[in-house]
Write a protein that binds this ligand. Structure first.
Ligand code: PLP
Length: 449
């Protein structure tokens, strides 16, 4: 029971009757009540324990209920829960200063939000305001959040159905998805090298109407897709040539997930605006941020910032951010992500020798995607794009069987995502890989003989 003493059944009933769940037909929701969690594990009211290989929504980078982070949030709550954004606040100032120090290049000033979508909303608003241009180029394999502007940037099918509310001015770019390249990946590929495809779009759109290009540095939800070397450099160069701002959405990929503080550090490319949330404070209190370049910061010294939120720089959220980043540094969490990532990589490659359904393994740090196929040669996907119901069964069978064995996994289309907390241990990786070894046989059953 929790502190209110509700039974599992009482929670389930109230949840069914009164809670609207994300992206769901409410009558089909049957949410499992969760009683608690610690580190890489959480458990239900019947004593079943689950190894969290999703880190919930890829946000609990420090795992469940990290004691030092919980204690710091308790101290911060006792000190001051809230003061309006118009005042200077120690936690807010401290977090902004910390981000200026941690972030690459000259990313200097931060606007704090309640999450990733709001960070992206403010990023595009600022980009439009600062450039005086209105178009934003975004990609298909992307998720940028569920508010009107962020959902319009999103290429994921979740944007469908809301077109009438879509923000005008979004131009869609193809993805550097080398395993399934939309241009057939001739070498050098016009899409995967970045420059030719973007230049082609700009020719038709008129670069002087384009405020920004926004990309997830590493695509998360839509398949854990890493850009080839040189791709982000090319985007940076083309943007610079035309006075277009480059925005990296690192809401999922940031804060140690890929084995660096920021994913863009793998390629040494610095955007004009970097958006973040999730791992910024491991999700213990809602928080996001938009971090802007020194140039944009200088511009804002004598231009109005056109945005605001009641909870912009919420002191409790910011204090949790300061604490989370300190804990990550003190406890060598990113080193652990790299080390456990190497172990996971090795084990996944061993699994690929036994399981013909493994088509591609993509990852760095603890940000891995396992692309499942019916045939390695043709790369025929295990389930089609945006499959649902019975068509999605070959994937859902795998995740359901894993959950039954105590491994919480997520999938999008035909890609299994492996994103455990960055505090995961070698033993936990081995446990997860052993369960994966068992459940992948279900996917293998659908492969070509
Ligand atoms: N951007 C990316 C890359 C994300 O993965 C997400 C959430 O999954 C968002 C933005 C939206 O963040 P939020 O749900 O906090 O609004």
């Amino acid at each position: 029971t929790d502190s209110a003493g509700w039974s599992k059944e009482r929670i389930q009933q109230a949840d069914r009757d009164y809670v609207i769940h994300s992206w769901s037909t409410q009558g089909a929701v049957n949410a499992l009540p969760i009683a608690g969690g610690s580190g890489s594990w959480f458990w239900d009211y019947d004593g079943n324990r689950y190894l969290d290989f999703q880190s919930q929504l890829v946000n609990l980078n420090l795992g469940h209920q990290h004691p030092a982070l919980v204690a710091e949030i308790q101290r911060a709550a006792a000190r001051q829960c809230y003061i309006g954004p118009g005042f200077a606040d120690e936690a807010r100032a401290h977090l902004a200063e910390t981000l200026a120090r941690l972030a690459p290049g000259e990313l200097t000033m931060s606007f704090f939000t309640t999450g990733g979508a709001a960070a992206n909303e403010n990023a595009i608003r600022l980009a439009r305001h600062a450039t005086g241009r209105h178009k934003i180029i975004a990609r298909y394999r992307s998720y940028h959040g569920a508010t009107a502007g962020a959902l319009s940037l999103t290429g994921d099918p979740r944007r469908w159905g809301g077109e009438s509310a879509a923000m005008p001015g979004v131009v869609r770019m193809l993805d550097p998805y080398t395993y399934r390249c939309p241009a057939g990946h001739p070498d050098p590929c016009p899409v995967c090298t970045g420059r030719p495809h973007l230049e082609e779009l700009l020719r038709y759109e008129n670069p002087e109407t384009v405020a920004a290009v926004i990309v997830e540095t590493v695509t998360g939800t839509n398949g854990i897709i890493y850009p080839p070397d040189g791709y982000l450099h090319a985007l940076r160069e083309v943007c610079d040539e035309h006075g277009i701002l480059l925005i990296f959405d690192e809401v999922m990929a940031g804060f140690g997930r890929t084995g660096e503080w920021f994913a863009c550090q793998h390629w040494d490319v610095v955007p004009d605006i970097l958006t973040t949330a999730k791992g910024l404070n491991s999700g213990y209190v809602p928080l996001g941020a938009m971090i802007v370049s020194r140039d944009l910061g200088t511009w804002l010294r004598d231009h109005r910032f056109p945005g605001g939120l009641t909870y912009a720089g919420h002191p409790l959220a910011c204090a949790s951010g300061v604490a989370a980043l300190r804990i990550m540094a003190e406890e060598g969490v990113i080193d652990n992500a790299r080390e456990q990532g190497r172990l996971m990589d090795k084990r996944l490659r061993e699994l690929a020798e036994r399981h013909p359904s493994i088509g591609d393994i993509r990852g760095r740090g603890l940000f891995y995607g396992l692309e499942l196929v019916r045939d390695r040669t043709t790369r025929d996907p295990l389930v089609g794009f945006h499959a649902s119901g019975a068509d999605a069964a070959p994937m859902s069978e795998v995740t359901t069987a894993a959950m039954r064995r105590g491994l919480y996994l997520s999938a999008n289309n035909n890609v299994l995502r492996l994103t455990p907390p960055l505090v995961v241990t070698a033993e936990e990786i081995e446990t997860a890989m052993a369960i994966l070894d068992e459940v992948l046989t279900l996917a293998d059953a659908h492969t070509a003989p």
